[in-house]
Structures are given as C-alpha cells and as structure tokens.
Design a binder for this molecule. Structure first.
Ligand code: UT7
Length: 349
C-alpha cells in the first residue's frame, strides 16, 4: 500500500488587535446584533497595518508547526502557501516565507483557491508524500484581508465578515496502521466566478468596471484606474453574499458525504468536523443536515471572523490544543468559497 501522510505538527497565529462588532459600528452603519444574528461573529483580529503581512503571520504559525513536528526549518523540503491576500501581486508568499525562515533552496508553491485553499494545499502535499518525493512539507494558510477592506457602509456586507490570521501544518509520511489522510476531494465550477471576486489588478479587470477607464491616446497597455474609480471602490473585493450562501449549504454536505462514501464511512463515524469558518449559520445548517451533535463540530468564527485559507488550520489547531482531537479520531475538513471551489479531507488522526 502507498504510504499515507499525517499531520505531524500544527500551529496558528492571530494578530493581537481585536475589533469587536461595536468597534466596526464606529466606521459604518452596522450593529453587533445584525452581525451576530447573520454570521455568529463577535470579533475578529486585524493585522498591524505596517508590521504584519500575510507572510509574517504565516511564518509565526509555521514556527510552531515545525517545532511540534520535531524538525527544524532546515528539514522542510517543500513549501505550499495558500492565500488570496499575498504580500505582492507576484512573487507569491511561498518564496517570502522561504527567505524569512532561512530555509534551503527548496520548491515553494502558492495556491490560489481562496476559502478552499488550505484543503487544496493539503491535497497537493499529500500526493507528494504518498509518492515519496518529499518527507517534510510545510503547508500554510494565511490572510491579511484588512489591507483590501473598506470600512465604509457601502462595503459592510464584506468587511464585517473577514478577519486576519494564519495556520500551518507539517505533513510527514506515516507507517502507523490506519493513520493519516484517508482522502481528499477537490471541486470547482467557474460558472459563478465573478460572484465572489477581486478584479484588480487583473488583465481583464476593466470588464467589470461600471465606468470604463478613459484610455488616453496610447497604443498599448490599459490596466489603470482613475482616481474617481478608485474612490468609487473599483479595487475592492465584491461578494454576492446570498448567492454564495445558497451554494455553500449545498456543496458543503455534498463534498463531506463524498469523502465518507469513498472511505466506506458514514456521518456517525465522524469524531470532529472542522468546516471552513465562512459563516456560523452555514456551519450550523450543515451540522443539522448531517445530523451531527454540537460536540462534533468545531467553530471559532465567533472570535476570528472568516479568515479564508487560514480558517481551517486555525480551527484545527485550536481544536487539537483544547484536546478535542485524540489519536485515532476521524476528522473531517470541508470548505467552500470563491471560484466557486469546494473540497473535503478525511483524516484518521
Ligand atoms: O468564505 C466563503 C465566502 N463567503 C461566504 O460564505 C458568505 C456567505 N454569505 C453570507 O454569509 C451572507 O450572505 C452575509 C452575511 C454576507 C449577508 O447576510 P444576508 O442575510 O445574506 O444579507 P443580505 O446581503 O441579503 O442583506 C440584507 C440586508 C440588506 O439591507 P436591505 O437591502 O434589506 O435594506 C443589506 O444592506 O442587510 C444589509 N446589510 C447589513 N446591515 C447591517 C448587509 N450587511 C450589513 C451589515 N450591517 N454589516
């Protein structure tokens, strides 16, 4: 049988700056009541505007994961970094983390699958371990959403949901019977790609502007915004919340059931479901559909908001630290988000 991979170490990092719902209502027309009722979120963390980046938060989470795996940064033989809020448009955060952690000249891959990014990254890492190509893969999910968020009322449906943070795991081969990642299932449907998107900077971004940029007399080029367009919010993320919600509540259960069926297991075999923390109402709906009791679903969106690619590793780490995951437990990860993309992973801990 092909060798499986296990999570040998896990860590997370969240910025210390806490913003409660009431804090946000200083900037925009919203309320603690509205946010809690629709999303379950009470507070979120925002990175220091200058000192902290997606990479630096990823590094902090990685240090813990590496130490818990019993290795050093020098032992890591491949980096996979999932984020939708990279430090730069290019190059990606993988190489920045490699530099920051003084790692060897190993491969560094960036994954752009938004809320499903961590499971996609885990799946890629799993394949490299199974084939024997690498022995210590660092998988990071990190987001600094706050850099691109607008705290005016016009953006309140987006800016009350998202928060900053990072999580990381070290994946290693395991020879222990039954242990490890049992399967990953990855999906996408680009039909609704623009329902949750950030168009700028992008080579087709102008297509989505209400007022096209007035090109000056020039033969080449054209990716720019006028000051009016910038002020009008043309470079901000866009989300059709209700459309995303409706699709999420279908695809989460579907991809979880797919994972269970592929492993001849059923809902009652799950010891802990760690869903991507998109919205507490989505997690509760999925829990109800699957018939899982409260103690078998882990949620921490109340404290951190939606941290996209970081949400699963942060939640998984908190669950593990608080003793909710024991050796041999069946842990299910599931995510849905922009793309749309969705995914699941089933892990025997
Ligand atoms: O990680 C994966 C990606 N994202 C998601 O999974 C998000 C999925 N969607 C959602 O979580 C929900 O759609 C939201 C929480 C984003 C929005 O909740 P909703 O119940 O779908 O609200 P809505 O967008 O339909 O807006 C309802 C009303 C609107 O007012 P009117 O037009 O009815 O007068 C909004 O303007 O609520 C208003 N509204 C707000 N009011 C106070 C929207 N955001 C806010 C706000 N505070 N922050």
């Amino acid at each position: 049988m092909m060798q499986r991979s296990k999570i040998a170490g896990i860590g997370y990092y969240v910025p210390k700056n806490i913003y409660t719902n009431s804090d946000l209502s200083r900037f925009m027309e919203t309320s603690d009541e509205w946010i809690q009722e629709r999303t379950g979120i009470k507070e979120r963390r925002f990175a220091d505007r200058l000192e902290e980046t997606t990479t630096t938060m990823g590094v902090e989470a990685a240090k813990i994961a590496i130490e818990r795996a019993g290795i050093t940064a020098q032992d890591v033989d491949f980096i996979i970094f999932a984020t939708l809020s990279p430090d730069y448009y290019f190059p990606g955060c993988g190489v920045l983390l490699q530099r920051e952690m003084k790692m060897k000249e190993i491969g560094a891959l960036d994954i752009r699958n938004q809320c499903s990014g961590f499971i996609y990254a885990l799946s890629v890492a799993d394949q490299f371990i199974k084939t024997g190509m690498y022995k210590n893969i660092l998988v990071v999910g990190s987001e600094k959403h706050s850099f691109a968020m607008d705290f005016e009322t016009r953006s309140r449906n987006v800016s009350v949901i998202f928060g900053d943070g990072a999580g990381a795991v070290v994946l290693q081969p395991t020879s222990k019977d039954g242990q490890g990642i049992l399967s990953t299932h990855l999906h996408s449907d680009g039909a609704d790609a623009e329902l949750l998107a950030m168009f700028y900077p992008g080579s087709n971004a102008n297509k989505w502007l209400k007022n096209k940029p007035p090109y000056p007399d020039q033969e080449l080029g054209g990716l720019f915004l006028t000051t009016e367009q910038l002020e009008g919010g043309a470079a901000l993320p866009y989300m059709d919340g209700p459309a995303v919600f409706k699709k999420a509540v279908v695809k989460f259960p579907e991809v979880i059931k797919e994972a269970l069926a592929a492993n001849d297991k059923s809902e009652k075999d799950i010891d802990l479901l760690v869903p991507h923390q998109a919205n507490l109402r989505i997690s509760q709906y999925v829990q109800q559909l699957l018939g899982l009791p409260d103690e078998k679903v882990f949620n921490n969106i109340q404290k951190y908001g939606n941290t996209t690619a970081a949400s699963i590793p942060i939640a998984l780490c908190e669950a593990w630290e608080s003793g909710k995951i024991k050796d041999g437990d069946l842990v299910c990860l599931a995510a849905f988000g922009s793309g749309f993309t969705w995914a699941s992973a089933l892990i025997q801990w």
